[in-house]
Design a protein around this ligand. Structure first.
Ligand code: ISE
Length: 328
C-alpha cells in the first residue's frame, strides 16, 4: 500500500484525491495540507488523512511514502525540492516551477541525488488517442513526419487569465506533447496573433504558435481560449506517406430532424478524465520510461518562456537548453 501525502487541496488536488482513493487500488491518502484550512478539512473528512500545518510537514511525515503537489505554481519549487531531499517520489501538477531557473534547480537536485523521483502532470502522454497517434507515428506507417497541425480550444477560461496564461497554462500542453510525440527538442518558437475574438475581452485570443523541432518538423498550434462551443483538442501529423490524426472522442452520434450531431466535451476534466486516471495509476505503480520528469518540466518551462517573449515582441525566439544531466 502506497501512503500518499497531498499538498494543496484545491479543485485539482481534491480531484486527484478522489482518483487515488476511489479509482486506483493499493494507495491511501494519509496526510494533507492547504493554505485554506477548509479545503484540507474536506480531504481529511473524505479520506481520514491527517491535516498538517503546511506542505513541508506533509513531505516530512513518517507515514508519507510519496507526495502529490497541487498547490499554487509559485510554491512548487520548494515542495518538489523538499521531496527530493527526503528521497520521496513526487507527482507535481504543471508547471514544475514558475521559471526555467527554478525548474533547472529541481533538475540539478534530482541529478545530484541520483534517482528519478519527479513526475510532472502532463497528462496528455496518458491519453488513449495521443498514445495511439504516437504508436502509428513510431511504427513508420505514415513515413517520416513533416508537420503537425494542432488546435487547443477551451469554451472559456477563468477570470485570472492574462495573455501569458494562454501560453503557460494552455499551450504548454502541446509544448510537452510534441517533445514527447517526436522524441526531440523544440529549437525555436514564434507566436502569431490573428484578428482577436470579441469573446476574449482584453486578452489576445486566438493565438497561433509555430514550433520548430530539432528534426526539422514544424508544428502549428491554434490556441483559442474563448471558443464558446466546447472543449476541442485536435492534432494531425503529416508524414511522407500519409497522415494520422486524433479521432473525435464522441461515444455517440445522433441523427435527428435532418441533422447528424455529436456531443463536444465541456472542458478538460471531461476530455482528459481517463488520462488523469491512467497517469496517477502509472505513477503509483512506478516510474514509466516516458513519464514526464523534471527535465520535461524544465524544457516546457524554457519553451513557454520563449513563447511569452514572442507573444510580446512578435519575433521568432530560438531556444537554448542547459546541458542535460545523465540521469535525465
Ligand atoms: C488548464 O489549466 C489545463 O490544464 C487544461 O488542460 C487546458 O486546456 C486549459 O486551457 C488550462 O486552463
Amino acid at each position: 500500500m502506497t501512503r500518499v501525502g497531498v499538498v494543496g487541496a484545491g479543485m485539482i488536488g481534491r480531484d486527484h484525491v478522489r482518483r487515488l482513493t476511489s479509482v486506483i487500488s493499493r494507495v491511501t491518502v494519509t496526510a494533507v495540507a492547504d493554505v485554506d484550512a477548509g479545503a484540507a478539512a474536506l480531504v481529511a473528512a473524505s479520506t481520514g488523512a491527517a491535516v498538517h500545518p503546511d506542505g513541508l510537514a506533509v513531505i516530512a511525515a513518517a507515514d508519507v511514502d510519496a507526495v502529490v503537489v497541487c498547490s499554487w505554481g509559485d510554491t512548487h519549487e520548494e515542495y518538489v525540492l523538499a521531496a527530493i531531499a527526503a528521497g520521496k517520489p513526487v507527482f507535481c501538477e504543471k508547471p514544475l516551477a514558475t521559471s526555467p531557473q527554478a525548474c533547472l534547480r529541481i533538475v540539478e537536485a534530482e541529478a545530484a541525488r541520483g534517482t528519478r523521483l519527479v513526475q510532472v502532470g502532463y497528462m496528455r502522454r496518458y491519453d488513449a488517442a495521443y498514445r495511439a497517434l504516437k504508436k502509428v507515428l513510431d511504427s513508420g506507417a505514415i513515413g517520416a513526419p513533416l508537420m503537425m497541425h494542432c488546435a487547443h480550444r477551451n469554451a472559456a477560461v477563468p477570470d485570472f487569465y492574462r495573455p501569458e496564461n494562454i501560453i503557460t497554462d494552455t499551450a504548454v500542453h502541446e509544448i510537452d506533447m510534441v517533445r514527447w510525440m517526436f522524441g526531440t527538442e523544440i529549437t525555436a518558437v514564434r507566436v502569431l496573433r490573428p484578428r482577436a475574438s470579441r469573446n476574449a475581452g482584453a486578452i489576445p485570443d486566438p493565438l497561433l504558435l509555430v514550433l520548430e523541432l530539432a528534426n526539422e518538423v514544424l508544428v502549428d498550434v491554434e490556441i483559442s481560449v474563448n471558443a464558446r462551443y466546447g472543449y476541442d483538442i485536435r492534432g494531425e501529423i503529416l508524414g511522407e506517406n500519409g497522415t494520422a490524426a486524433l479521432g473525435d472522442q464522441n461515444p455517440i452520434t445522433v441523427r435527428r430532424a435532418g441533422h447528424l450531431t455529436s456531443p463536444v466535451p465541456a472542458d478538460w476534466r471531461e476530455r482528459f478524465g481517463p488520462a488523469y486516471d491512467v497517469e496517477l495509476r502509472e505513477w503509483v505503480a512506478g516510474h514509466m520510461p516516458d513519464a514526464p520528469g523534471a527535465w520535461d518540466g524544465y524544457a516546457a518551462s524554457v519553451v513557454s518562456d520563449a513563447a511569452v517573449q514572442s507573444l510580446r515582441t512578435g519575433e521568432r525566439v530560438p531556444i537554448t537548453l542547459a546541458a542535460r544531466p545523465k540521469l535525465h
